[in-house]
Design a protein around this ligand. Structure first.
Ligand SMILES: [Fe+2]
Length: 201
């Protein structure tokens, strides 16, 4: 009898736990005096940055894990510094979405749909090609973040604007440093070449 009762209580609890507290699309309000329209429009925009940062986080991990060659250590650490920076910023973006009274995305399939940056294939690319790919993605981030700054100004959301401006500055820096790695100058004679000119044995 007690076992049956325990089973019913557990079943009841499980069913209640599985009911959503609120829908992903819900707007909870905010304590900072921003309008609902501002919060909905800006949080939708931020969610796309969040998705793109999750993609970048994994892309930088890929390059960090797979890079090899004479510059292995420099590049390995350089790429680590990028995914660490991206990780901190994606957390801040998600928390800002909650401040705006919305729910950030968390599912990998949602991130894939919402991301405006591209993912490399699962194959191992030449590191020079991967760095160029990463730089082009950072360029996309910069362009999208400038649009977000304008959207924030439209809605008087100076808090999000300031956050995004800080992130834009960091994305510009990452793009700039990637471009430096891709520079064609070298102290080593014979080390300058196009990736397509490298012959496999
Ligand atoms: Fe690592």
């Amino acid at each position: 009898m007690t076992e049956w009762y325990d089973f019913l209580v557990a079943q009841h609890l499980r069913m209640n736990l599985m009911k959503p507290l609120r829908k992903k699309s819900a707007y909870e309000g905010n304590p900072v005096g921003l309008s609902k329209k501002a919060c909905v429009e800006i949080s939708e925009n931020l969610d796309r940055h969040l998705a793109s940062y999750v993609v970048m986080y994994m892309q930088y991990h890929k390059y960090h894990w797979l890079v090899e060659g004479p510059q292995f250590r420099d590049l390995h650490l350089f790429l680590q510094s990028h995914y660490e920076e991206v990780n901190l910023d994606m957390d801040a973006i998600a928390e800002r979405i909650t401040l705006l009274g919305r729910t950030p995305s968390t599912r990998l399939d949602t991130f894939q749909k919402k991301s405006y940056v591209d993912q490399e294939s699962e194959d191992v690319m030449r590191i020079r090609d991967s760095l160029k790919f990463a730089m082009e993605n950072e360029t996309k981030i910069c362009k999208q973040m400038r649009k977000t700054v304008k959207l924030c100004i439209e809605h008087d959301d100076f808090g999000t604007k300031q956050m995004i401006e800080g992130m834009l500055f960091k994305a510009e820096d990452r793009a700039h440093h990637l471009e430096h790695f891709l520079g064609e100058d070298s102290l080593v004679i014979g080390m300058i070449h196009e990736p397509s000119s490298v012959k496999e044995n």
